[in-house]
Design a protein around this ligand. Structure first.
Ligand code: HEM
Ligand code: HEM
Length: 186
């Protein structure tokens, strides 16, 4: 059950696609709900983000235990270095986003719940309808900044990552993308 140059393990492939598709959806929903103030989407974004955090932790532990998979073909030195940097940025950002999200919401007084299952109660302000009494305003504010910045960083890294995957598939015509789709390559 480990990754080889010819074939990636089912665990690596399942974790990659589960995390990547959910993250891309969370970014889209996150930007949409904040830009258009669609507050009904906030609890869904938060619930899915917290559930995904559990999968992200499994993935990070799996990656740290396994090390990075060997490149699928003879990458040039700069390609190897750039892809390794981008993979680290992606992995670190996937951990930073849910943690900062939970700190921003939890310490901001908005509470934490996974599809109605309350983990931390909200602390509404009795004097101001719709406002919360923060548990720790400064840390919640800093976490908000981090969440926004990490969202932009991961977006940029995903664009680079996607360009790399497409370049390997269509220009170099190597097995990089096929291997991540579960195929055995030579
Ligand atoms: C990997 C998981 C996550 C990703 C990729 C993600 C991504 C994003 C993005 C891109 C935004 C829009 C940022 C902006 O332009 O203002 C956003 C907003 C937000 N996220 Fe997340 N998020 C994740 C997890 C979470 C979690 C776990 C929580 C809380 C439990 C959370 C709470 C929020 C809140 C409250 C906002 C709105 C902030 C505002 O109103 O300015 N997020 N998220
Ligand atoms: C947009 C669609 C995506 C495509 C087509 C794609 C494709 C790939 C491919 C082909 C590889 C193998 C690279 C190699 O063997 O060197 C890979 C690895 C990787 N991808 Fe993606 N990816 C996508 C989205 C994402 C997203 C959104 C994330 C993170 C949030 C991500 C994180 C990673 C990481 C960390 C690796 C290193 C191997 C591993 O840990 O599984 N990818 N991706």
């Amino acid at each position: 059950m480990s990754d080889t140059k010819e074939k990636l393990s089912a665990i690596t492939i399942a974790l990659h696609w589960l995390v990547s598709i959910t993250i891309i959806s969370l970014i889209a929903v996150g930007v949409y709900m904040t830009d258009y103030e669609v507050y009904a989407l906030y609890p869904i974004h938060k619930s899915v983000g917290m559930l995904l955090f559990l999968v992200i932790l499994v993935r990070v532990i799996w990656r740290l235990k396994q090390g990075w998979p060997e490149a699928a073909s003879n990458y040039k030195a700069w390609e190897q270095r750039l892809s390794r940097i981008v993979h680290w940025v992606l992995i670190i950002a996937t951990v930073t986003l849910p943690i900062s999200g939970m700190l921003m919401s939890g310490l901001g007084g908005y509470g934490l719940a996974i599809f109605g299952l309350e983990l931390l109660a909200a602390t509404p302000n009795p004097d101001e309808m719709g406002k919360m009494i923060p548990i720790n305003g400064p840390i919640a504010g800093a976490a908000h900044e981090v969440h926004e910045i990490a969202g932009k960083v991961i977006f940029a890294a995903i664009v680079l990552h996607l360009c790399g995957a497409l370049k390997h598939h269509f220009i170099d015509k190597d097995g990089t993308l096929k291997r991540m789709l579960g195929k055995r390559i030579s």
